[in-house]
Design a binder for this molecule. Structure first.
Ligand code: CA
Length: 567
């Protein structure tokens, strides 16, 4: 306590020094002066006139065009990876001496399996050739937690990649190689909580560093409290200040030093690792004014950066509240550009499983939820998905029905928004035994030496797995260049008897998608769609490249989604 800090080199000056509650911390405000050069700037810390510590503060040069870096958009398809379960590129780092979780057992759902960043780097060509253009990894920073450390959501050091995944340099290599391949690396950011094994839990800088005095009180998960005009203070506080689980202490985002720490950490990773975007975990569990300040600070540095928040609600009223540009009744202004489209995910799953003969059921669910787009400030900047790391795999959601699976995936890749595919979905991975997260996050085929199946070569694949992977490769690579899917208008027609038709169109072209969920072929009378298509139009099926000339009707096979380029 009572430390005096001074800089010994011109270009960096000390503006203010603040003592914390704990004598072991000083918070120092530094000013980088105009014209400062990159290099090492020693900071001298004195106590009672004597030098007790020197910090060699490193001021790094920014990468060229760093501020204006591009980011993921509707042109992209995001590949979501669980790093521990994708590929083990370096068996030497599977266990690291001294870390709390020394498990290593691929047969156990919640033990570590050994996957790492080298494994992802080794598969970069695979991911690119499949047609994915962005990678979102579950968190890679250190999780020195006793149990279930593999998932990454219990941060124990904000500035360090977990050694079982590799090094900070490995992560930067992934960022640079992703960028060099015209792709984006998206970092999973956790604003709300940390891991109970975080180094600061033993000696917190301030008494109010963690909510509820550092003791576990559960959140209620009532996310509507954030916008409910009838909310009680009691419920509002429990929602945002309550903890997720005892192993994840809830950060006090009202503490200005905590705010600065989290904001600087995000900016540091973007710059250091050449990131192309962010995904933010448990967004509505944060203090909303801090969440807005954080987004503003990041966008102030990187105006084009896309950031998608997780708000797991099937109600568009709740998700839309958080999108930048939304005019909210309570006056709250969010600056988060994108949201995960949980309402559409829920509707898609119901659409595939429900009986279309019942009013409002089946495909009507998609029709209905998409018609709610008026509530969003920017419905195109929603990330659409059928499954993710926290829910049953889509193939299991449709009860292992290949035709329904393919219809759902075709929908995601042709509707509005930015599609996200969970690793392994493209090779028909599923979770038939349970909905356990550990089963959902299964090992990717071929990621481990000795695996019988290999996704890169299709070794050991069944005919279904092969054709599914070929289907994704074809559709993803088509979508990459289909500008009309990226920017075209969406017009849809109310589903009739299990058939749903929609168009994407602009001056760049026109695409017609026809979904028939029936167990029998259907003949569509094309007159209903005359505002967008007329007999004589040339239709090219993008999956098999076959062309036909449209007559007065169109034959649609049973349980099929057809995607036509219209000329
Ligand atoms: Ca490893």
């Amino acid at each position: 306590s009572g430390g005096v800090v001074s800089s010994t080199k011109k270009g960096l000056s000390v503006k203010k020094v603040t003592n914390a509650d704990s004598p072991n911390y000083l918070f120092v405000d530094l000013v980088v002066e105009a014209g400062a050069q990159a290099g090492i700037y020693p900071l001298i810390i004195k106590k009672n006139g004597a030098v007790i510590h020197t910090i060699n503060y490193s001021l790094e040069a920014r990468a060229k065009n760093s501020a204006n870096r591009p980011s993921y958009s509707t042109k992209d398809v995001i590949y979501l990876i669980t790093p521990d379960r994708f590929a083990n590129g370096n068996p030497a780092n599977d266990k690291v001496a001294g870390m709390r979780d020394m498990s290593l057992n691929r047969g156990a759902l919640y033990d570590r399996h050994g996957g790492d960043l080298r494994g992802i780097l080794d598969h970069l060509d695979y991911i690119k050739n499949m047609g994915f253009t962005a990678i979102w990894n579950m968190p890679e920073v250190e999780n020195d937690q006793t149990l279930e450390s593999y998932h990454g959501y219990g941060i124990t050091d904000h500035y360090k990649i977990d050694r079982r995944f590799g090094t900070n340099e490995d992560y930067r290599e992934l960022g640079m190689k992703t960028q060099a391949n015209g792709m984006y690396l998206i970092k999973d950011i956790i604003l709300n909580h940390c891991g109970s094994g975080h180094w600061w839990m033993d000696d917190m800088p301030f008494k109010d560093w963690i909510n509820y005095g550092g003791k576990f009180v559960s959140t209620t998960h009532r996310r509507e409290t954030v916008q409910d005009p009838h909310v009680s203070k009691y419920d509002a506080k429990l929602q945002t200040e309550g903890w997720f689980v005892p192993a994840m202490p809830d950060l006090n985002q009202k503490n200005p030093f905590m705010q600065r720490y989290i904001i600087q950490n995000t900016i540091w990773w973007i710059e250091y690792a050449h990131l192309g975007g962010l995904r933010i975990d448990t967004y509505p569990y944060s203090d909303k004014y801090f969440a807005a300040r954080w987004s503003d600070a990041v966008l102030n540095e990187y105006p084009n950066l896309n950031m998608v928040g997780e708000e797991w609600s099937s109600n568009p009223i709740i998700t839309s509240y958080w999108q930048r540009g939304k005019v909210n009744r309570d006056g709250f202004k969010s600056s988060l550009p994108a949201l995960m489209d949980f309402p559409l995910q829920n509707a898609l799953s119901e659409a595939m499983n429900e009986n279309d003969q019942e009013w409002g059921k089946g495909l009507n669910k998609i029709y209905s939820v998409i018609s709610n787009d008026l509530i969003y400030a920017n419905p195109d900047n929603l990330v659409v998905f059928g499954d993710n790391h926290d829910m049953s795999r889509f193939y299991s959601q449709v009860k292992h029905d290949q035709a329904l699976f393919r219809m759902g995936m075709t929908y995601l890749l042709t509707t509005r928004g930015i599609p996200q595919i969970f690793y392994g979905t493209e090779i028909l991975m599923s979770n038939p035994k349970s909905n356990e997260h550990g089963e959902i996050r299964g090992d990717f085929y071929g990621g481990w030496p000795g695996d019988i199946k290999d996704a890169v070569t299709q070794r050991g694949f069944t005919a279904d797995e092969k054709s599914t992977q070929d289907f994704f490769k074809k559709l993803l690579n088509w979508r990459k260049h289909a500008e009309v899917i990226h920017t075209g208008k969406l017009t849809h027609f109310g589903p009739e008897n299990g058939v749903y038709v929609y168009f994407r169109y602009s001056e760049k072209g026109k695409v017609m998608v026809v979904m028939n969920k029936n167990a029998t072929a259907k003949t569509l009378s094309m007159g209903n769609f005359a505002e967008l298509i007329k007999p004589g139009a040339k239709l090219t099926d993008v999956l098999n490249d076959k062309t036909q000339v449209l007559g007065a009707s169109l034959e649609v096979p049973a349980k099929t989604a057809l995607v036509f380029e219209v000329k």
